[in-house]
Design a protein around this ligand. Structure first.
Ligand code: PMV
Length: 362
């Protein structure tokens, strides 16, 4: 697939108005995307678990207008008008206009809500941008005379979501998702994310992710700033190569079900992401003291019990505690008894691996 495959032929259906609703999940990367080239092309491949409970629900209402030079839209979060979200959406519309040439023919009302608390430190860009991309694809499908297959629909939704936020490309379809070209995964692409195509051991099928909300404040560093810090970063090239190597190693782990190796790989990935931030110029520490307390507790507990609990981190202080469902009872007790005290307002979210976005109504 190339960019050209996503430029539509002329539309011949006309629609005056309508509404569509999609819900789209967040995702958590196991091998992280950190660093990008022009046009949202990742410097290295990444792979993520799709989440099930942390989602964005977006309702898009569209009304035909006279075509002019402007995008026309309003955005609401939890029924409250959010003009401060407009520049991000405007940038997104500009980037995708060539692929969705109808954008200036409509006025859009975008109403969105998240199933997780807004200021939880959980990035809503992956779920938010993918939900919006899916709504726009539904509109394109209605305008199109040629049949839009489900396969093309999902591919283009991922392609568009990527242009909103890189990790959003991994929130369309499937439970384990790869984004970024790598020779070891057939069909992988820099332009869009694809379902992980190989055998995955039973142990990973119902993996649990308990998100410990250590710091619910605004992100200290936006991911855009973070990605840019990888330009001229002294360790960048080694890091990009390491991500390729880790994806290759993860392929064997996913097949064999070796949980010890899985934990070592995902924890190293998380700490490497943070190490990149600590060694960039300017430098940042995104963990909080309680992040480290939690990590040390997890390590002690794992040593004492032999249970398969591990962690990963996003570009922030929250901790994602990952473990297989089979061991969930004891691990969840440990989380409640020993880790939740380190969360802000003792808040945490019990999530698990999910299967992708859902059309709510059309
Ligand atoms: O999609 P962005 O630009 O917000 O970048 C997300 C980067 C990480 O969440 C830190 C890692 C990843 O692969 O999701």
């Amino acid at each position: 697939m190339t960019e050209k495959d996503f430029i539509p032929k002329a539309y011949s259906q006309s629609i005056e108005n309508g509404t569509v609703t999609w819900e789209s999940p967040s995702n958590i990367a196991l091998v992280k995307y950190w660093g990008k080239k022009k046009d949202q092309i990742p410097e290295n491949p990444s792979i993520s678990f799709t989440l099930n409970i942390c989602k964005t629900i977006t309702n898009l209402t569209f009304t035909q207008k006279e075509r002019d030079n402007d995008f026309s839209f309003e955005i609401f979060l939890d029924e409250e008008k959010k003009d401060d979200f407009k520049p991000k959406i405007e940038t997104f519309f500009k980037r995708v206009e060539v692929y969705l040439p109808f954008l200036k023919d409509f006025h859009f009302q975008i109403e969105t809500s998240n199933t997780f608390p807004h200021s939880s430190g959980i990035a809503s860009s992956a779920s938010g941008m993918s939900a919006l991309a899916l709504c726009l694809m539904s509109l394109e499908r209605s305008l199109s005379v040629v049949e839009v297959t489900d396969e093309y629909f999902n591919q283009k939704a991922s392609f568009l979501a990527r242009l909103g936020s890189g990790s959003a490309s991994r929130s369309i379809e499937g439970d384990l998702i790869v984004w970024g070209k790598t020779d070891v995964i057939e069909g992988s692409s820099n332009l869009l994310a694809t379902k992980y195509p190989y055998q995955v051991h039973e142990k990973f099928k119902d993996y649990q992710d308990t998100i410990l909300l250590v710091d619910k404040g605004e992100k200290q560093v936006s991911s855009t700033v973070g990605h840019n810090l990888m330009h001229n970063h002294p360790y960048a090239q080694n890091r990009f190569q390491q991500a390729h190597d880790n994806l290759n190693a993860l392929k064997l782990i996913l097949e064999s079900g070796d949980l010890d190796k899985f934990i070592a790989l995902i924890e190293s990935e998380a700490l490497t992401l943070h190490a990149m931030m600590m060694t960039s110029m300017p430098y940042f520490i995104l963990m909080k003291p309680n992040t480290l307390e939690i990590i040390n507790k997890i390590w002690d507990f794992r040593k004492d019990t032999g249970l398969h609990v591990g962690f990963t981190l996003d570009a922030g202080a929250n901790v994602h505690v990952l473990y297989p469902k089979k061991e969930a009872k004891v691990i969840l007790e440990f989380i409640k008894d020993e880790l939740v005290a380190y969360c802000q307002n003792e808040q945490y979210i019990c999530d698990q691996i999910g299967f992708g976005a859902k059309l709510i109504n059309n």
